[in-house]
Write a protein that binds this ligand. Structure first.
Ligand code: ADP
Ligand code: MG
Length: 346
């Protein structure tokens, strides 16, 4: 089921938690909303689930409009499953009873409830733990119970609000794989919220980067990383340096820029204008080469398997972030070549 938001606005007092948000999430897509704490992610999820009425705009689930001017369909009518950061399990009930709960309240036959509960427990591989209480499970297992319960509801649309945030790092990666598997098996349209860009990149078909109530860019992880629409997105996603360069010539999606006195060919959007521009340089865009631009190393940090260096190009004040395969020291001089870069449009 598709999820579509058009110009959605939600204010708390004078603060706009959602400021003109428009999004389209395709059927079966794993869509991640990424952004810093307080940018409006949970409000967005709550608005879609029907837990938060909106002030302006429209929300459509499939071909049904569920929110709009004078329209607010309550959560029960929206058929979306929600998984929160806190697992919200019933502590006095067994794993099986927790998963069966939404089915029993839907007044299904006993055999039907049993079959479906077993099926959902199997999907998240929790059958051996079916008779335990939530307190006797690990964090990852509890989150799987929450997933199974969400699955049992039969919702075609699943909304998850930072479901892995409470887990240890090693468990998080294991759960990421399970979530990807869960998504493949269930085929549900999934909206997943996180403030962790690594998690977003690993899971998403598409990522919407949110900032202060607004969606800055909604794109594939690759596009977000390689072709950020502006400096704000570029600075948030991955490691990078942003340099000032002069665009000398443009041909289609390639531009010739002058950087620290050298002419370099880089990528740009079609219609790029001439003159001063901001250039996004990722560490992997820069290589040490004899015919490169002279630079001086300012700082080196070991990152496990490689060294991260800050190097100043002759004639430019901004230190460039580079990856070094061999150890270097502050004060070392060598030459750097730009293999590629992206001209930011604003
Ligand atoms: P996130 O999930 O990205 O951390 P939230 O959606 O929870 O952000 O909150 C966005 C903004 O709206 C924050 O500034 C928060 O303080 C505010 N906010 C959220 N819910 C309420 C509420 N019920 N009443 C007042 N302000 C709220
Ligand atoms: Mg939140």
């Amino acid at each position: 089921m598709t999820i579509r938001l058009a110009s959605v606005r939600k204010t708390f007092g004078s603060h706009a938690a959602l400021d003109d948000v428009s999004l389209e999430i395709g059927t079966g897509e794993f869509f991640v909303v990424l952004g810093p704490s307080g940018c409006g992610k949970s409000t967005l999820l709550r608005a879609i689930a029907g837990l938060e009425p909106i002030d302006h705009g429209e929300i459509h689930l499939g071909d049904r409009q569920v929110a709009g001017p004078k329209l607010h369909q309550p959560p029960e009518g929206r058929n979306v499953g929600v998984v929160f950061q806190s697992y919200a399990l019933w502590p006095h009930m067994s794993v099986r009873a927790n998963v069966a709960f939404p089915l029993e309240t839907a007044k299904q036959s006993k055999s039907c409830v049993q079959a479906r509960t077993n099926n959902c427990l199997a999907t998240v591989e929790l059958e051996p733990f079916a008779d335990r209480k939530p307190a006797d499970l690990s964090g990852g297992q509890r989150q799987r119970v929450a997933l199974a319960r969400c699955l049992a509801q039969g919702a075609e649309t699943v909304l998850m609000d930072e479901p892995l945030a409470n887990l240890d790092p090693h468990l998080r990666s294991a759960m990421e794989e399970e979530l990807a598997e869960f998504h493949k098996k269930s085929g549900s349209t999934t909206l997943f919220i996180t403030h962790d860009q690594r998690e977003a990149m690993a899971l998403a078909d598409k990522v919407a980067l949110m900032w202060d109530g607004r969606v800055l860019q909604a794109d594939t992880p690759e596009m977000l990383y390689d072709r950020p629409v502006n400096e704000q997105v570029a600075g948030f996603i991955g490691r990078s340096t942003i340099l000032t360069a002069d665009v000398l010539a443009v041909r289609g999606k390639r531009a010739l820029v002058s950087l620290a006195g050298q002419a370099v060919e880089v990528d740009c959007a079609e219609g790029q204008e001439m003159g001063s521009a901001r250039l996004l340089v990722r560490p992997e865009h820069v290589v040490v080469a004899e015919d490169g631009m002279p630079c001086t190393v300012q700082r080196v940090t070991y990152r496990g398997g490689y060294w991260e260096g800050h190097a100043r190009l002759e004639g430019d004040d901004t230190p460039v972030l580079i990856n070094l395969t061999r150890k270097a020291f502050a004060g070392d001089t060598f030459r750097l070549k730009l293999r590629s870069a992206w001209v930011l449009s604003s």
